[in-house]
Design a protein around this ligand. Sequence first.
Ligand code: NAP
Length: 541
Amino acid sequence: MTDEKKAEILPGDRFDAVIVGAGFTGLYMLHVLRQKGFTARLVDAASGVGGTWYWNRYPGARCDIESMQYSFQFSEELQQEWEWTERYASQPEILAYIEHVAERFDLTRDIQFDTRVEAATFNEDTGEWMVETDRGQALHARYFIMGVGCLSAPIKPTFEGEADFTGETYQTSIWPKEPVDFKGKRVGIIGVGSSAIQAGPLIAEEAEHVYIYQRTPNYVVPSQNRPLTPEEVRDIKSDYKGFRAKAYAGLTAFLFERHDQSVFDLSPDERRARFDDYWNIGGLPFLGAFNDILFNDDANQACIDYWRSRIEEIIDDPKLVDLLTPDEEFGCKRLCSGTGFYEMFNRDNVTLVDVRGTGIERFTPTGLRAEGVDYNLDTIIFATGFDAMTGSVTRIRITGKGGQTIQQKWAEGPKTYLGLMISGFPNMFNMVSAGSPSVLATMVTAAEQHGDWVGECLDHMRETGKTVIEATPEAEAEWTAEVKRAGDASLRTNCDSWYVGSNIEGKARAFAPYIGGWPPYVARCNAETASKYENCVLSAV
Ligand code: NAP
């Protein structure tokens, strides 16, 4: 993008809305507001659109939702004309798509790049937000809308001696734009989450040696990624609307075949055959093999037994199978979908380093020391995850009514009404984040649903002459309890994961996304709109 195309920066500007984040969510919100005749300024710290797909450029970065579904549906022309090449799109292809959308709907003229929002303060006298950026600006807006993503506040542990390490370090979540050369290098990768699982096998093909430092193993299933065939694309596009409607009716807003049968409805042979079918489908849909994998301990154990039998077929060394086998429920953490992850450990140039004991103790000038052993490394990669769900919100100093900050408000975990609104923070909308299905649904579909909901809400405010909207404390308490109830009903709250915030020291444990299902969630949102916001207080200042 040329500098001329970037939105002009005018200190002290006033808008109907300031939107934070130029990923799928913020871009769609901007599009909706513009269509409705509201003025908006979108601010993003990156130099271009894309959000998570702008930053996560590491080798192998790829979506785990099918590309024909991980895309906008608001424009029939867009979805008919865009050509996805693979079942699961790679980061470059998704970024190209988002750039195309921004260009096609002329969004960039209202986006201010290379600018980080540092603070936002609600003024109770004017009913407006003042949004402060790292460029020393103060943007004023009636509505403050966060589209900052669930996995966009990267975390990186610090180790003694890091400054003395003479090699290169990288972080998967803020990967450089320029290609990184691993040829002839000894590479250490810290972590075995989805990012490391995708990057490791590709780096191992190039590097002299790869050391994977694993503290807690993860379940990985094969993604079974492949090129899309012209026939299947034609088939979906012949009735894209109908295809989307079917996805919308499902629990996660994406379409995959889900068997409504218990593991125990089938004989052992039939059960194995069903698991085989779903292994061949691969990726997150593997969880659709039976309806009780995530809800019944014995069904979950049957799934683990099957998974283990497959991993034993892949990995030559049984000791490695033991080391790579998690001791928690299957699917409790987000299931990792990979290509060649377990196969990688049969290579002579890959070593799994179990760091469950004393861990990575320190960096040295020539590498790192883990579990009492010194490793010589040229390159160290942090694939160490995110302050998920809330971190991208709480790293901004947001101050609501009575001087209360979002950090104070969420000290014991996120409290929201429908995920979208926060009592005490009027005229603020927090999109596709804690308290809504977000990461458990298709993020793009969730972005559209929230964008439409906020758009209708702002229409209502304009039509009725109201200027301030705030969820009641009672509605927020009821919804927060419902989010907890739904989480408690699932095995997913049982283990440590970023879903519950346990990867961040001192963070209150709470299952952040709403796991009660997409259709009931959408129905609740629609009911709120239909009731003309009966669970909110609307006023005019
Ligand atoms: P992650 O799942 O949180 O994994 C972070 C890894 O770093 C864990 O293995 C963690 O070990 C390890 N770690 C952190 N600090 C460490 C330390 N001091 N010493 C040793 N190990 C350490 O993060 P992620 O891989 O970036 O994935 C996060 C989420 O992003 C995914 O679950 C997924 O939702 C999304 N994502 C999706 C895709 C995709 O679509 N395919 C790709 C990438 C990311 P512990 O478990 O022991 O803490």
